[in-house]
Design a protein around this ligand. Structure first.
Ligand code: ADP
Ligand code: ZN
Length: 619
């Protein structure tokens, strides 16, 4: 650490001396400026003897031997004049480039010095190349990852093993004349481990890993992005074989469109990327890994052979995947041997790898706060609720009447969910306010449900409406507590009609309705007529009204159950699936001839997440 400070200080000192020297040199060498019109006048008066043109900058000498500098708006216009007067012309590359490079080097040196002074990470060999303030290529081994750190995405990993082999034995492949792939595109939702995979490839093959975010290329100034691309590839070639990872590649790689301004700059950057990708030969063994969660917007040119021609999809982990990822992340914390990872994984459908890493961390923090030696199941349960629903607000001021309304509201949701077929399994009901929700009924869908039946969707709407309907039946009043439920129900009904073509009267037609932003153009109007719009509205309203009526009928016929469940809730505040089943069974056996067939499903494997905070607004 002390070493770093010393090196950093001397770097800064050196740089300051350098800056002083550079400025002195600049002062000495920059002659007084003359405005362009004066220059043209002098030229016409034949008083100029020689000029040195660099870019738009003209340094000249007049007959008296005085040096001057001027800036021409258009060099092409000056040239004929100069030639006519037989002025001696010298030309060279624009000096500003040199200045810019000097500036960049100085900035990099000062930045590097400061970073060295304050960096602790430098001990681990991670270094960041600072070119300017915002652009950074993170490079060096950093925290080395291997395939052992990645779990639940075995197919993708299997595909990528080949890349590791390419990197390790690139000479063998080159000798045989095989073309090593240049680009791999990993597509998938955020947090599914794309960066981790790229890092793991570098780790497995023991090659340098350079990473950069796609948005780092995007700048307001023309040409900056393109020069950054060249910079990146320059570095990559020097350190080959290596991995270059570009996160959010859609920031530069989105489809080229006609249009000026910012688009033009992005296109230049994309073109530079394409040129560079085509430019390096396969013997250089630089493998580019791009990550995106929006593959649909990428320019097709990027996906052509020789560029990102391998595309792998990294999807959210399924139940087994989540168990594996939990295994990886619980390796680093002290957990009780009684921990049932499968049970935890069942309760977190839809979680990404990053969510799971976060969950394990939260659980460990909660266990530590509770002075435990090891993390236990209830720590995980609480961590999950905290992440999904926000903090418990045990001391939120709620009066007794509000509490009762909440309890009946939640009971309404739960009973509808329990009585109707094809609904998700109830997991927990609580009337303790959490985050934005005043109370909630949590359901866990069955594992790996990717499509939904009409019955499921209609029943989902009824479950959502169940809260408000129960309030109406018991208290004969309406409250704002059902706002979220109603919004969710309306959303399902609308998509049912417009997206999924499930409405009998409107048929299997897609009615694009929402505003959607596509490459800067906002399509705000639905592509259907006014009359159709009205028909859609009516149909959505009909679905909601029908569902609401059916829910009311159902709940009225089980009026006593609402009271029983609400009372249990008022006493226990939170009840889980098992307790719900007990209440249900007691009720069912007391109702002659009726048997709960729903409870038999309790053993089924629950799955994909759709946890619905039941009420978003205070009642
Ligand atoms: P992405 O790049 O897809 O957004 P990351 O690779 O940055 O996701 O994931 C963030 C973190 O989440 C990782 O560092 C890791 O701790 C955890 N993680 C994500 N996916 C996995 C996985 N499949 N296996 C293990 N850990 C994972
Ligand atoms: Zn609700």
């Amino acid at each position: 650490m002390r070493n770093n400070v010393q090196i950093g200080l001397s770097l800064i000192l050196l740089t300051v001396l350098g800056v002083l020297g550079y400025n002195a040199w600049l002062l000495e060498t920059t002659p007084p400026e003359r405005n362009y019109s004066a220059f043209v006048d002098e030229l016409n008066a034949d008083r100029i003897v020689a000029v040195d043109i660099r870019g738009g900058e003209i340094r000249g000498q007049d007959r008296r031997g005085t040096d001057f500098i001027t800036y021409a708006p258009d060099i092409a216009a000056v040239l004929p004049l100069l030639e006519a007067r037989e002025v001696e012309i010298h030309a060279g590359p624009p000096p500003s480039l040199y200045g810019r490079i000097m500036g960049l080097v100085l900035l990099a040196m000062i930045g590097g010095g400061i970073r060295l002074m304050f960096s602790r990470r430098s001990n681990y060999g991670e270094k960041t190349l600072w070119k300017d303030k915002r652009f950074q290529i993170r490079t060096g081994p950093g925290e080395t990852k291997t395939f052992a750190d990645v779990a639940g995405i075995d197919e993708v990993q299997e595909e990528l093993k080949e890349i590791v082999d390419f990197l390790k034995n690139h000479r063998k492949y080159n000798l045989l004349g095989g073309r090593i792939p240049k680009g791999v595109l990993l597509q998938g939702p955020p947090g599914t481990g794309k960066t981790l995979l790229a890092r793991a490839i570098a780790g497995e093959a023991s090659v340098p890993f350079h990473s950069i975010g796609g948005s780092d290329f995007v700048e307001m100034f023309a040409g900056v992005g393109a020069s950054r691309v060249r910079e990146l590839f320059g570095l990559a070639k020097k350190t080959a074989p290596c991995i270059v990872f570009i996160d959010e590649i859609d920031a530069i790689g989105s489809r080229r469109t006609s249009g000026g301004g910012a688009n033009e700059e992005r296109e230049q950057t994309l073109n530079a990327l394409l040129v560079e990708m085509d430019g390096f030969s396969s013997t250089e063994t630089v493998i580019l890994i791009g990550a995106t969660n929006r593959p649909d917007v990428l320019d097709p040119a990027l996906l052509r052979p020789g560029r990102f021609d391998r595309q792998l999809t990294v999807s959210l982990p399924n139940l087994l995947g989540r168990v594996r990822i939990l295994e990886v992340h619980t390796r680093r914390v002290a957990v009780t041997p009684a921990l049932n990872l499968t049970l935890i994984a069942q309760g977190i459908p839809g979680f990404s790898g990053a969510d799971i890493a976060n969950l394990v961390n939260e659980a460990a923090l909660i266990a530590a706060r509770r002075q435990k030696q090891a993390v236990e199941m209830d720590d995980f349960e609480d961590a999950k609720d905290k992440i999904l629903l926000g903090l418990e607000r045990r001391n939120a001021a709620i009066n007794e009447r509000e509490r009762r309304v909440i309890a009946y509201h939640e009971a309404g949701h739960a009973i509808v969910a329990q009585l109707l077929p094809e609904t998700d399994k109830l997991h927990k009901i609580t009337i303790i306010p959490r985050g934005m929700a005043m109370g909630l009924t949590q359901q866990i869908p069955f594992e790996e449900r990717y499509t939904y039946s009409l019955v499921y969707l209609l029943n989902r709407i009824k479950v959502l409406l169940g809260g408000r309907v129960a309030e109406k039946i018991v208290f004969n009043h309406l409250s704002t507590g059902a706002a979220n439920d109603i919004a969710a129900a309306t959303d399902i009904a609308t998509r049912l009609v417009c997206e999924w073509g499930m409405s009998a009267s409107l048929g299997s037609i897609v009615y694009r309705q929402k505003q959607h932003q596509f490459l800067g153009d906002i399509a705000s109007k639905g592509d259907f007529s006014e009359a159709t719009a009205r028909e859609i509205d009516l149909e959505v309203r009909r679905i909601i009204t029908d569902c609401s009526e059916e829910t009311e009928k159902l709940l009225r016929s089980h009026n006593r159950l609402i009271h029983e469940l609400a009372e249990v809730l008022l006493i226990n505040e939170t009840i889980d699936a098992e307790e719900i089943n007990i209440v249900m069974q007691c009720y069912m056996s007391s109702v002659s001839g009726m048997q709960s067939d729903r409870t038999e499903q309790a053993g089924a494997v629950p799955s994909v997440a759709a946890v619905q905070p039941a009420r978003g607004n205070p009642v």
